[in-house]
Write a protein that binds this ligand. Structure first.
Ligand SMILES: Cc1cc2nc3c(=O)[nH]c(=O)nc-3n(C[C@H](O)[C@H](O)[C@H](O)COP(=O)(O)OP(=O)(O)OC[C@H]3O[C@@H](n4cnc5c(N)ncnc54)[C@H](O)[C@@H]3O)c2cc1C
Length: 323
């Protein structure tokens, strides 16, 4: 049951107030999407935990919004509660000496709303190696854990040690990375390509196991990754790669070979710099979610007709698509 906007208030112990009818486009990297019925920003894991538990008790479906860099929010917006996760603490912890010799295997602890790229930069500055690949990946640690984000040959599963979750049974659990069934841009926490708000598990924090390295070397590696991005990816608002790469090929290569580079539909364009990126050159108000969906359908149809390959979305669609 979804309660009409304005009828809900959180109890004092949750520590955050609800906004209603909150525009979401500005909180996504592609600058598209309608409003949330209810919206709250959390900055501390206790707020996140209490807000989710409260939403469950009053039966209001919720959606966790990290960096909004992998989400296509519908033009009609999201029914229920959107929780903007800004729990951003990051720290370096020594390894528990019962598991590894002290100082040999340090851990990076990050709350789930911390920026993944920020975690990577901190680890590099501390002389730790393992997360250099992540300096150029937008979004939060929570989103990266869900998606098994990756770049430049690295991915979350290579360094993730464990995560703290609020599970669907309302228990806080520490789950080892090996139990998350990681595959290419997938985990058993990811809820498919098209989701409504719901009552799913919530990532509260993560521990990454890193190695002692050479800060200068790591900095140079990270700089190389950033420069590669600047050369090969568009600067306009986008959701990054729209489709996952099919086995043995690249979605961008297929879209380009199908003659779709530069194709426009409403306010959306297949990037001329990287054909797997759909860009919203007009910013907020420039393109609609419907434009993106129509372009995705055109791409899937054309690539399938030309090459017999079915491209699978990497981005997630969320919200109310009834219109
Ligand atoms: C320019 C650009 C470049 C990109 N390059 C890459 C790349 O190289 N590699 C790559 O893998 N991705 C890339 N992406 C995609 C995106 O950065 C990743 O998918 C990122 O991990 C998404 O994180 P987020 O915080 O933005 O998640 P969001 O988009 O906010 O959310 C994604 C999903 O995760 C869920 N979620 C988020 N946080 C939590 C939480 N704490 N608990 C439970 N569920 C949660 C959301 O509800 C949603 O279902 C790129 C995107 C852009 C815009």
């Amino acid at each position: 049951m979804i309660i009409a906007p304005t009828a809900l208030q959180t109890p004092a112990n949750v520590g955050v107030a609800l906004e209603t009818d909150k525009p979401l486009a500005g909180l996504t990297s592609i600058k598209i999407g309608g409003p949330a019925d209810y919206f709250a920003t959390v900055t501390h894991p206790h707020q996140l935990l209490r807000l989710v538990r409260w939403a469950r008790t009053v039966d209001v479906p919720y959606l966790i919004l990290g960096g909004g860099s992998n989400l296509l929010i519908s033009d009609a917006g999201v029914r229920g509660l959107v929780i903007h996760n800004r729990c951003r603490t990051i720290r370096i912890d020594p390894a528990p000496c019962c598991v590894f010799p002290l100082d040999e295997r340090p851990f990076l602890f990050a709350e789930s709303g911390a920026l993944l790229a920020g975690a990577a930069r901190i680890s590099i500055n501390e002389g730790l190696t393992g997360l250099e690949w992540a300096v150029s990946v937008p979004g939060t640690v929570g989103g990266a854990v869900i998606n098994n984000a990756g770049a430049h040959g690295g991915e979350v599963k290579d360094n993730l040690w464990d995560v703290m979750l609020l599970d669907e049974a309302d228990e806080v659990q520490i789950v080892r990375a090996g139990a998350l069934d990681y595959r290419y841009r997938r985990s058993n926490l990811k809820r498919g390509e098209s989701i409504q708000g719901g009552f799913g598990p919530v990532v509260l924090s993560a521990n990454f196991r890193l190695s002692l390295g050479d800060a200068e070397e790591s900095r140079a590696t990270a700089q190389g990754f950033l420069e590669h991005r600047r050369r090969t990816q568009p600067v306009e608002p986008s959701l990054g790669s729209t489709f996952t790469n099919p086995p043995g090929d690249y979605a961008g290569r297929l879209i380009d070979a199908a003659g779709l580079r530069g194709q426009r539909m409403g306010g959306i364009e297949v990037s001329r710099t990287h054909a797997n990126f759909l860009v919203n050159a007009g910013g907020v108000g420039g393109a609609t979610a419907a434009d993106v969906l129509a372009m995705m359908a055109l791409i899937q149809h054309t690539v399938h007709q030309r090459f017999g390959v079915r491209l699978e979305p990497e981005i997630q669609r969320v919200g109310d698509w009834a219109q």
